[in-house]
Design a protein around this ligand. Structure first.
Ligand SMILES: Cc1cc2nc3c(=O)[nH]c(=O)nc-3n(C[C@H](O)[C@H](O)[C@H](O)COP(=O)(O)OP(=O)(O)OC[C@H]3O[C@@H](n4cnc5c(N)ncnc54)[C@H](O)[C@@H]3O)c2cc1C
Length: 493
């Protein structure tokens, strides 16, 4: 068996693993990172950008939010159920982390927010300007996958610092001796085992979004039935299981919720076109939330979870569609193309012809309900009630903003089923604010750290989408914290 010795081992070179590797190497440690895939970056290659608070970019944009305010907001949002010291250390480091990335050559479009709330609910539900969207190399607009350029810069930096990244070499288990983590067993692409020894091991394997069994065991969802999350290949929860085997405490695990169409990347125009405050109903035909809040995709994912069969249906009529085509959407998405409705007819007709199952079109509401699988009487009654309230200009049930009270009356009618979706999982390994792994009774396991989504236990019952870029923000900053602490521990500080 091949043997390696180093100061710090990082299990995975995704976003948090790269941050940990760079931070440890910058602090003077020798670092080896084992990565299962044939490339670095994991899910972050799909993403747009991280949270930062107090970055030089925000100062230039005159964004007034301070790390202290974000900390208070976060703790209030989570009802004080999460580790305040960890949240605090994360937010107070996050501004400098954006500048740290810029020093590596990462460029950002600016600090944005995922959505703005309607006026009446702004005080408690508005998005903050924390989301630093990466500028892709070679030009291009903000959109999915731009953060791949950030991963490229981070990988270059790691290599400049002599971090050895061993691709296609998954870690299989952690070596524990006398209650301490002292190394790992990995397997290279030819199936040869490697025994690597180090003074510190940092776990960063990105959660279990690609593990249907674990989703079923650990959450309320079933992959492909009640949740259609991004299943980024390789996210099997291996780091979480290894940590548990090594004695780590367990925390609640959650999905980073949103809503999306099945196979949404291949139906992206429709995915965006139906994210409007039109009429949203459940399987019984009943409305279930104020549709002007659907831009908070996490909260909408929560609301859909609470509906019969964990599904919802978005409906607009031909008059509303004409308006969207002419004037643009009521709610603008930062993720979908801005000229969505120019491409709507082509994608709609293609998907209808291909029998794409979540969508339906009909000339009457009855027929639409039948085709979509919604209770016919329930939907007829709901549409009547909704149209009456639109005529009066007041939503007596949900207080939806008046400007969005647009009736559903002129066929053809369009319907799209919305499923619960997720970016991945979060939580699993119990850590403290130094990212040291702890046993269930809060004893530190010497030499063992965990970062990124594997150890992201700071959101309570739902993801903090109002402080957007939050998972990448946590992954980067927990990675940096672990890298610095592990290097300091190795050097005996
Ligand atoms: C489509 C999409 C868009 C997103 N957009 C955003 C966004 O704009 N902002 C935001 O904040 N978040 C976003 N996210 C979420 C964000 O990308 C993830 O939360 C983040 O990348 C997780 O970082 P991580 O280090 O925990 O895991 P990852 O970056 O996914 O890395 C995990 C790594 O572990 C490796 N691995 C797994 N098992 C092993 C093993 N046994 N041994 C060695 N290596 C292993 C994997 O191959 C992978 O490289 C998005 C996610 C998706 C899917």
């Amino acid at each position: 068996m091949k043997k390696i010795e180093t100061d710090v081992i990082v299990v995975a070179a995704g976003l948090s693993g790269l941050a940990a590797s760079i931070a440890a190497a910058e602090s003077g440690a020798e670092v080896v990172a084992f990565e299962k895939a044939n490339t670095t970056g994991g899910a972050a290659n799909m993403a747009m950008g991280p949270l930062g608070i107090g970055s030089s970019i925000q100062k230039n944009q005159m964004v007034p939010l301070t790390p202290g305010e974000a900390f208070r907001k976060h703790m209030f949002y989570t009802h004080y159920t999460v580790d305040a010291r960890l949240v605090r250390d994360y937010y107070f480091k996050s501004g400098s982390t954006i500048d740290w990335l810029m020093d590596m050559g990462v460029e950002f479009f600016g600090a944005s927010r995922a959505f703005g709330a309607p006026e009446a609910t702004r005080a408690y539900s508005d998005g903050e300007f924390t989301w630093h969207i990466v500028k892709p190399e070679g030009g291009g607009a903000p959109g999915p996958r731009v953060a791949a350029t950030m991963i490229k810069r981070m990988s270059e930096k790691a290599s400049e610092l002599d971090v050895e990244i061993m691709l296609e070499t998954p870690v299989k288990r952690i070596i524990m001796e006398d209650g301490k983590a002292v190394g790992v067993i990995a397997k290279d692409k030819n199936g040869n085992e490697i025994e690597a020894r180090a003074k510190a091991v940092i776990i960063a394997t990105g959660g279990f979004g690609d593990n249907p069994e674990m989703i079923k065991e650990e959450t309320v969802y079933e992959f492909g039935k009640t949740i259609f999350n991004f299943a980024i290949p390789g996210m099997k929860g291996e780091g979480i299981k290894m940590a548990w085997e090594a004695g780590a405490g367990r925390t609640e695990t959650k999905m980073e919720l949103m809503y999306q169409l099945p196979d949404n990347m291949n139906h992206f125009i429709l995915d965006g076109a139906f994210r409007q405050p039109c009429l949203w109903v459940n399987k019984n035909g009943h409305r279930f939330m104020p549709e002007d809040q659907i831009a908070n995709t996490t909260h909408t994912g929560n609301a859909i979870t609470a509906q019969p069969g964990m599904v919802a249906y978005t409906i607009f009529d031909s008059k509303l569609l004409r308006k969207y085509k002419k004037k643009g959407p009521d709610i603008i998405s930062h993720v979908h193309p801005h000229d969505l409705y120019d491409h709507f007819d082509a994608q709609w007709e293609k998907d209808l012809a291909d029998g794409y199952e979540p969508i339906a079109q009909a000339d009457t509401i009855e027929e639409l309900a039948e085709k979509a699988g919604i209770d016919v009487a329930g939907l007829l009654e709901q549409v009547q009630e909704y149209n009456d309230m639109c005529a009066e200009g007041y939503d007596e049930i949900f207080e939806k903003e008046r400007q969005y009270m647009q009736p559903i009356e002129k066929g053809p009618f369009y319907c799209c089923r919305q499923n619960v979706g997720a970016y991945g999982s979060y939580g699993g390994i119990l850590i403290n604010h130094k990212t040291e792994v702890m046993t269930q009774d809060s004893k530190v396991i010497p030499g063992l750290y965990a970062v990124g989504t594997d150890a992201c236990n700071i959101y309570g019952d739902s993801y903090t989408f109002t402080l957007s870029g939050n998972t990448m923000g946590f992954c980067l900053n927990s990675g940096r914290i672990a890298g610095e602490n592990a290097a300091a521990a190795v050097q005996g500080f």
